[in-house]
Design a protein around this ligand. Structure first.
Ligand code: SF4
Ligand code: SF4
Ligand code: FES
Length: 348
């Protein structure tokens, strides 16, 4: 099947969603996602951040779809044409969705552990000249203790349901869910039961905002001050492949490794995540590379160095041909050593 996104045609398998096709195209065509998570089944369709404009339904039925479609739950059709980055309608609506998500969202960023790796921050900053029109009092919830490892800040929750889907699909017994409706809806564990099973910590990684954070990392550092390393250990419960968030020799946090879409590659167990904070517990493989634009990339190269090519035909020291005419010291006399060094560099 062929589908065209912003003028780029890609070949996809039947059953592929429009969002997955957009990810194949890449760049600005990839819509933001706050609820969709490719590693979880039946996840998406909640936040409406990923809206796209379908200008041609399919080869068989070329009518455009009158309403914008959430790309994460819209199946690609053969001959479909979609506008994502090139649709003003989609961009305006995404902007309205982010304004809506921020209506009840607290101004917690300066004290929020998610800052720097928060999808909602990225979404809000992606909107140029964003101004909230909401002047009413924001909705707030009573703090709730959901156990020793996971901190719940319900005020920051955007009700994406990722944590609920994860608990349904990964843990034997889900003890938390969304209770209430409308602006009373909240993530709760019913009678405050702790989430105590081996894989519950993964809700921290899938939560797109700072509603579920790691209690053992709370207020220890900002993520951009930490150095991230991929590491592994022998674990009988999970793959043991993690990212260590270190400051000097101290392991401040352990998380699952994430891919370029900021989605977990392999879910890890609570023992690896919370109970091994000594460097001797881990075999460190090397620096973790973030693929997506992120403040976590500070001091990291995000692309393999062999791809970086400086495209100059003359050595920078000698200057470009067109510039040599503008300066008075053309043909600077190099000594023998300098000439040898220039020759060697050119050969390389
Ligand atoms: S969840 Fe994100 S947007 Fe909300 S306070 Fe935390 S960092 Fe800021
Ligand atoms: S707690 Fe986080 S993952 Fe769960 S519904 Fe709220 S925002 Fe989504
Ligand atoms: S990511 Fe598609 S609706 Fe949320």
């Amino acid at each position: 099947m062929k589908i065209t996104i912003d003028g780029h045609t890609v070949e996809v398998e039947p059953g592929t969603t429009v969002l997955e096709a957009c990810r194949m195209v890449g760049g600005d065509s990839v819509p933001p996602t706050m609820c969709y998570y490719s590693k979880l089944k039946d996840c998406g369709g909640k936040c409406r951040c990923c809206l796209v404009e379908v200008t041609k339904g399919s080869e068989r039925d070329p009518r455009p779809m009158p309403k914008l479609q959430p790309s994460c739950v819209t199946a690609a059709q053969d001959g479909m044409e979609v506008k994502s980055a090139t649709s003003e309608r989609a961009k305006t609506s995404r902007r309205a969705v982010s304004e809506f998500l921020l209506i009840n969202h607290p101004l917690d960023c300066p004290v929020c552990d998610q800052a720097g790796e928060c999808d909602l921050q990225d979404l809000a900053y992606g909107n140029e000249n964003f101004r909230s029109r909401f002047v009413e009092e924001k909705r707030t919830f009573e703090p709730e203790n959901i156990g020793p490892y996971i901190q719940l800040h319900m005020n920051r929750c955007i009700l994406c349901y990722r944590c609920v889907k994860l608990a349904d699909q990964l843990t034997p017994e889900r003890v938390h869910g969304v209770v209430g409706r409308g602006d009373h809806a909240q993530i709760s564990t019913y009678i405050e039961r702790a989430i105590d099973n081996d894989f519950s910590g993964n809700v921290i990684d899938v939560c797109p905002v700072g509603a579920l954070t790691d209690k053992t990392f709370r207020f220890k550092s900002r993520v951009w001050f930490t150095k991230k390393f991929n590491a592994h250990r022998h674990c009988t419960k999970c793959s043991g492949k993690v990212t260590l968030w270190m400051f000097g020799d101290s392991i401040l946090r352990v998380s699952a490794r994430k891919d370029q879409w900021k989605e977990v590659e392999e879910f890890i167990c609570n023992e690896c995540r919370f109970e091994h904070k000594e460097t001797e517990d881990w075999v460190i493989e090397g620096p973790h590379k973030f693929q997506k634009y992120s403040v976590n990339n500070v001091n990291n190269y995000t692309e393999p160095m062999e791809k970086v090519k400086i495209n100059i035909d003359e050595l920078a020291l000698e200057g470009r041909k067109q510039d040599q005419k503008k300066i008075s010291m053309v043909n600077t006399p190099y000594d023998a050593n300098e000439l040898e060094a220039i020759k060697k560099t050119k050969e390389e």
